[in-house]
Design a protein around this ligand. Sequence first.
Ligand SMILES: Cc1cc2nc3c(=O)[nH]c(=O)nc-3n(C[C@H](O)[C@H](O)[C@H](O)COP(=O)(O)O)c2cc1C
Length: 395
Amino acid sequence: MGNRAEEAKQNQEENNGNMAIETPSIPLLTPYNMGSLNLSDRVVLAPLTRQRSYNNVPQPHAILYYSQRTTKGGLLIAEATGVSDTAQGYPDTPGIWTKEQVEAWKPIVDAVHAKGGIFFCQIGHVGRVSNQDYQPNGQAPISCTDKPLTPQIRTNGVDIAQFTPPRRLTTDEIPQIVNDFRLAARNAIEAGFDGIELHGAHGFLIDQFMKDQVNDRTDQYGGSLENRCRFALEIVEAVSNEIGADRVGIRLSPFANYMEAGDSNPEALGLYMAESLNKYGILYCHMVEPRMKTVGEKSECPHSLLPMRKAFKGTFLVAGGYDREDGNKAIAEGRADLVVYGRLFLANPDLPRRFEFNAPLNKYNRETFYVSDPVVGYTDYPFLDTSSYVTKKKH
Ligand SMILES: Cc1cc2nc3c(=O)[nH]c(=O)nc-3n(C[C@H](O)[C@H](O)[C@H](O)COP(=O)(O)O)c2cc1C
């Protein structure tokens, strides 16, 4: 046998022993420049509330959780983080309005940066999705409305979440809330984050203002589409002026009706927001797919984010029910620049690597999404044993 043939045979044998997987690059694993940030792939960690930030302070166990999910040049979005002491509605969710919280975020952000990751903080306010136990001095939660939310079954499917009827913000109070977002954005940069994502999705405060099922105001923040979006856009402007539009993204879910926040014309709402955001030149717009009617349930539907994708001039992120195949298609067809993964990334700390090898995925366990254990269901999902896979790609 000639040298070549021998080499080929040897390679083949080696490959057979190694399950012979050679990985051509897939669309999800191609690089992308988001503004001045050079991303090495299109697979983004979704903001995922994990309720392990005791007393609203991020904990050291989050260092391991986030760094497990970091790759060089990968984008991560931190879990929803409260902008003020009225912003909370769930146990042990992190905040970013006190010095202590900012200091507590620093080692977490440092760990992500040490591995070359790019880290955005999702900042938000729950509005009426709260009750007086989470509010300072037992006061009523604030919202655009005083319409109460009906009790909801919690994600564990057993407990019922009770909500205190909200207090409608007066027109004069709104600039203070906008200012809370501005300060939180400043704090996020102080903590070392590369930018912030405004939580404008899922029925929380910003979404409550935008959606006509909730917003019943008669001032300049209610009524017309333009008026309902005013609060969101004032926040976009304030945070952009504070930290630079190139460090600002926003998450929107125009089609979702989670927490009784639906809209009678979600296409018009999504399009109006996408077009309006162009005025501020923000870095990205992150939209939840219409098929996600609630946070964790997928159902096929005829609507699409394409008109918003076409209208928005910055980077477009999509989320909701994506797997490897679906995500590759979205990138290949130009329907998105980046694909955001929630539950799959939660359960697979090395998700981009598994996509590279088309390897099997760990199954997520809903039961441990929100338990307060610092390890179980949090940092104990196993990594892929890559010894049986061969790759040409360097990580
Ligand atoms: C445990 C859990 C926590 C979540 N927390 C947040 C959150 O803090 N902020 C947010 O915008 N969405 C949150 N979501 C929604 C996800 O970001 C994502 O949009 C959703 O899971 C659908 O994407 P997936 O099908 O890839 O999981 C959460 C979802 C789950 C399952």
